[in-house]
Design a protein around this ligand. Structure first.
Ligand code: OAD
Length: 233
């Protein structure tokens, strides 16, 4: 890994698949059983808050039944041992990266174990069910909602992500279909700033042709092997 100091990693649902969390697209995916427009848009939340809150309550509760897998563990090891800059940007709303011990990371699409006040914007840790009409501790409005970035809303911490991409020597995408922007565009952004790019995925993603290199296989096998390579062990 000569000349590599700053690394940005983008993860998607594929990294949590071997932990037992369903991905979104493809057979058995979450979007097969639910229409995105019914549970993942501001319009859906306004039209049927009970359905939308229930959808995320079930997914939040399911977190108690899953554990980080070898891919999360490997990225946590990289975070502990990599001497250069590192930022793990996850599109996932589960908490498996942090439960594995990763610290230099952010959730660009929100978090299941967080609640967002639609009135004042306050975010707070939340692990129980979240019925519509729950009051915000800060402003008092009965407006807490799942802290999920719905389609049509701005992902979190885009400035921090852009800054990290601009400084990256290596951009690695793991377990994401490349179907959702702006995350799907990070590979081209990183490349424009001169970073090398690598994709680790079960199958070629939609943006696969943009990557300098692609390795195909399950994240639980590919990611520990890649991390060992990077750390030289
Ligand atoms: P997708 O479900 O679109 O894609 C998951 C990717 O992971 C696919 O390319 C699979 O081939 C791959 N995959 C599956 N199992 C794998 C494994 N064991 N190892 C490695 N790769 C595997 O999920 P995302 O790309 O994360 O947004 O979806 C992006 C966004 O779309 C999500 O964050 C979500 C969704 O709508 C919001 O909820 C806002």
């Amino acid at each position: 890994m000569d000349g590599i100091r700053n690394i940005v990693i983008l993860t998607g649902a594929g990294i949590s698949a071997e932990s037992g969390i369903a991905t979104f697209r493809g057979p058995g995916g979450l979007w097969e059983g639910h229409r995105v427009e019914d549970v993942c848009t501001p319009e859906a939340l306004a039209a049927d808050p009970v359905l939308v809150h229930r959808f995320y309550d079930l997914r939040r509760a399911a977190l108690d039944t899953v554990r980080p897998n070898a891919a999360h563990e490997a990225l946590a090891r990289l975070d502990r041992e990599w001497p250069g800059e590192l930022l793990i940007v996850t599109q996932n709303v589960d908490d498996l990266h942090e439960r594995a011990g990763a610290r230099r990371m952010l959730h660009m699409h929100g978090e299941l174990r967080s609640a967002l006040c639609a009135a004042c914007g306050e975010r707070r840790a939340w692990s129980a069910d979240l019925p519509p009409g729950t009051a915000c501790d800060v402003c008092g409005a009965a407006a807490l909602r799942p802290d999920i970035v719905f389609f049509g809303e701005m992902p979190y911490q885009m400035e921090r992500i852009e800054a990290a991409l601009a400084r990256a020597d290596l951009f690695v995408s793991i377990g994401t279909s490349g179907a959702v922007y702006p995350a799907a565009g990070f590979v081209r952004g990183a490349q424009a700033y001169g970073a090398a790019t690598l994709e680790l995925n079960l199958e070629r993603s939609e943006g696969s042709a943009w990557f300098d290199a692609t390795r195909l296989g399950p994240a639980g096998r590919l990611v520990p092997a890649w991390v060992a390579e990077v750390l030289g062990s």
